[in-house]
Design a protein around this ligand. Structure first.
Ligand SMILES: *[C@@H]1O[C@H](CO)[C@@H](O)[C@H](O)[C@H]1NC(C)=O
Ligand SMILES: *[C@@H]1O[C@H](CO)[C@@H](O)[C@H](O)[C@H]1NC(C)=O
Ligand SMILES: *[C@@H]1O[C@H](CO)[C@@H](O)[C@H](O)[C@H]1NC(C)=O
Ligand SMILES: *[C@@H]1O[C@H](CO)[C@@H](O)[C@H](O)[C@H]1NC(C)=O
Ligand SMILES: *[C@@H]1O[C@H](CO)[C@@H](O)[C@H](O)[C@H]1NC(C)=O
Ligand SMILES: *[C@@H]1O[C@H](CO)[C@@H](O)[C@H](O)[C@H]1NC(C)=O
Ligand SMILES: *[C@@H]1O[C@H](CO)[C@@H](O)[C@H](O)[C@H]1NC(C)=O
Ligand SMILES: [Cu+2]
Length: 391
């Protein structure tokens, strides 16, 4: 696979500096961008004149890795920790969210509660960075996990998503596809007044039957679940609604929206944060759902296809690990201009209208953990509460 679009000059130079002829394929190109991001990040970390609010050093930075590069033991340690979180008592009072049954559900409930204030907003990337980091911390501090949050590099699974190490259904996967349900039509995404988007259905649709999460119970939601065939199920929301974990894993959606070319083009073609985060989430009206939508609707099912309840599928956190990594690459390719770049307001596509998000805007993740924190402390993975990088 080759890049189909011409590179702009500065990135052409950047890439040319590490290029060995012939032109690298897209996986290599993403590796090179990631390597450049790492080099820039390490240069900044080694610069003793940079003011830092925390001590994050090259000797103690933690490293997040792609699922497929983890050993079997590391993967099982991760899924065991997730199962542990699902078996711990919730922090959220049931008077506030009646459906919570576990510590894991604290995260799902918070995401449902804030959905319309954390997507297509100025806080989208930073909020999900903080959310995913707190989940990683909960696995470590409350469930004895000693590893880091893994990510799912979407481009690696485009040839057969359900056979990838993330979703192959083995004991070392994040569990497999849902049982196949025949005769389903496309998944219809509606965002009036824009035209509907039709996504090819996946190859599952029913309950997950294999791997670590085959017995998992989803307790919350759905809130707004698009169903194959064009209807939307508006469901229980914050009420207790126990059901099996369903998936409808789709290679077609993975290929269409979350391939290596879409990842690379997202990173190199969008110089300002407004464009970068909009293209990542899908420009409304363009018919394209971006790599963010691409990953979510590749998993699909219930709760995966429900924007509100999607963290109810444990694969959510591997997907958002990759979302965060793509932002991390983008930021570190031009730290001076991008580290503190923010655009957008506090409401979904600014509806209803709200104030601009700034470095002083406070966000919180409710009972999931952490404390209320300013956007400025979430802009770097090596500052504020964070000290991690991506391999
Ligand atoms: C180190 O940081 C200072 C202050 O931010 C900056 O002026 C300088 O260029 C940096 N040096 C390197 C080698 O990045
Ligand atoms: C890293 O090491 C520094 C200096 O030893 C220490 O102050 C800091 O707390 C450590 N950070 C992490 C995340 O371990
Ligand atoms: C769930 O937690 C209880 C104690 O809170 C423990 O007895 C039980 O073994 C745990 N189950 C699993 C599957 O970890
Ligand atoms: C699912 O639950 C059954 C019955 O409790 C148990 O025997 C089985 O080991 C569980 N499977 C997994 C993957 O946890
Ligand atoms: C890769 O993704 C882009 C953007 O989503 C899309 O235009 C292109 O057709 C995809 N490539 C393939 C081979 O499907
Ligand atoms: C909010 O941001 C927009 C776009 O950057 C800008 O045009 C507008 O002036 C800002 N509004 C305020 C009140 O700062
Ligand atoms: C839901 O969000 C509202 C508004 O931010 C907040 O006051 C409330 O505490 C949140 N509920 C939970 C359970 O986090
Ligand atoms: Cu989200």
């Amino acid at each position: 696979m080759r890049l189909s679009t011409p590179l702009n000059l500065s990135f052409a130079l950047l890439i040319a500096s590490t290029l060995t002829a012939p032109v690298p394929d897209a996986l290599d190109l993403l590796h090179q961008l990631s390597q450049q991001a790492t080099d820039n990040e390490y240069a900044a970390l080694s610069n003793s004149t940079t003011k830092r609010s925390t001590q994050c050093t090259l000797s103690n930075i933690s490293v997040r890795k792609e699922w497929g590069t983890l050993s079997a033991k590391e993967r099982v340690a991760y899924t065991n920790a997730v199962l542990c979180l699902q078996n711990k008592t919730a922090s959220t009072p049931t008077s506030l969210i009646p459906g919570v049954r576990s510590r894991y559900d604290d995260f799902v409930g918070t995401h449902i509660n804030q959905t319309l204030r954390i997507h297509y907003t100025g806080t989208f990337l930073a909020w999900h960075r903080y959310f995913t980091w707190n989940y990683e911390q909960a696995l470590r501090n409350e469930c004895g996990y000693t590893g880091t949050q893994p990510y799912w590099n979407w481009g690696l699974s485009v040839s057969n998503t359900a056979a990838s190490p993330v979703f192959d259904g083995s004991a070392t996967s994040m569990s497999g596809n849902g049982a196949y349900i025949a005769g389903r039509g496309p998944l219809t995404l509606s965002l009036p007044p824009y035209p509907d988007i039709y996504l090819p259905p996946g190859t599952g649709g029913g309950c997950v039957t294999s791997g670590p999460f085959k017995n998992m119970t989803v307790n919350l939601g759905p809130v707004s679940l698009p169903l194959s065939g064009g209807t939307t199920q508006t469901g229980a929301g914050l009420d207790y609604n126990p059901r099996c974990l369903k998936r409808d894993i789709g290679t077609a959606v993975n290929q269409l929206y979350a391939n290596f070319t879409s990842i690379i083009n997202l990173i190199i073609q969008n110089k300002d944060i407004a464009d970068f985060q909009m293209v990542m989430q899908g420009v409304p009206g363009s018919g394209i759902i971006g790599v963010h939508g691409g990953g979510h609707y590749t998993i699909a099912g219930d709760p995966g296809a429900d924007v509100f309840t999607s963290p109810g599928d444990p694969a959510f956190y591997l997907h958002h690990g990759m979302i965060d990594r793509v932002w991390w690459i983008w930021q570190n390719l031009d730290l001076a201009n991008r580290k503190n770049a923010i655009s957008g307001t506090g409401t979904f596509l600014n509806y209803p209208p709200s104030g601009n998000t700034t470095l002083d805007t406070m966000i919180d993740i409710g009972y999931a953990g952490g404390t209320s924190i300013a956007m400025r402390d979430l802009m770097s993975t090596t500052n504020g509460p964070f000290c991690y990088t991506y391999l």
